[in-house]
Design a protein around this ligand. Sequence first.
Ligand code: DNO
Length: 403
Amino acid sequence: MTAGRHTLKEGWRWYGPNDPVSLDDIRQAGASDVVNALHQIPIGQAWTVKEVEERQAIIERSQPGRTPLKWSVVESIPVPDDVKRLGKGAKASIAAWIASMEALATCGVKIICYNFMPVVDWCRTDLEWELPNGARALRFDYLRFAAFELHILERPGAEKDYPADVRAKAKALYATFTQADIDYLIMVIASALPGSTTEPMTIPRFREKLREYAEINESVLRQHLVEFLEAVCPRADELGVKLTLHPDDPPRPLFGLPRIAKSEADYQALFDAVPNTSNGICFCTGSLGVSASNDLVGMAERFGPRIHFAHLRTTKREADGLSFFEADHLDGDVDMVGVLGKLLKENAKRGAGSEIIFRPDHGHRMLDDLAATKRTNPGYTAIGRLRGLAELRGVIRALEYVT
Ligand code: DNO
């Protein structure tokens, strides 16, 4: 709980009324700020004030007498495919995105998270990978991913992205797959995980989408993001909205598609191209931390004023350097204490109402959430995130005490 103190604000992602995690669960976890989106509205369709108000009433006013919750962050307004492929040419889609932003601002929801990942949002190969303590974690296994690309998706040209020894290992791995393994991998990679901002795909549709992106290389995609921001930021500035671009997860090109929010240099290029104050970052330590070359503590310091929202989690890179799993919040490759120190420093410079909001991210499936009858969203269990938030809160309190 952070009520009454000037500190980082504790957020919690909630998928809406169908989320098996309740608003009381969020209160009991101690979070104050809800991160939510209107997932039921098709990608590309503008959100109306009425729709936003209805959701806001559920979050903020449906249980009088309870500890107050505030809907502070939208994660995400999806950026439709045509914006990524056509940039400013996708006029109607950009206008609809701005209309959603205006509806949110009218209701006072002023931090908006979005991403610019083409075709697939976050990508994993296992949603229930068993840890040595029996809990389940999300994992990205490079060889399983290669087996998917080379032998299930059969992406033309994919073999060029893998050295011969990896191709051989992926082929051998694929030979061990049952139909159930194949179906599982298709489900995990292609069918859009909950909260994703891309459309669920069958394999034929996946191939078609990749064909649609054939001409889109890194500089074209970056240019399209710049055009999108040039259209959106001036209005966001007027409304006092902060836009936070979520990094690519994992932070590297996938499926031969470019990724342009994977490093400090990528973000710096965007801030240089579109310096508006509304142009910010969702500081996702879990996504950026997958790449050993990202200096997270330095980025937290250098991008401080552009950070309005943070996803605090950490992954652990495996022996091949390309596979990783989601570790406990303080025990992966990210120097979380160092990052929190920088975020607290930045936050101390800000006035009331513009604190950085963070949320714990991708908790393990553990304890009662492991029950077979328990419905949980991958990474978004109550108990795993409760643990993550408690650990982060402990670090924050300790850092505040010693400074
Ligand atoms: C997954 C999430 C992503 C994220 C979007 C942001 O857990 O971090 O789906 O919400 O990429 O637009």
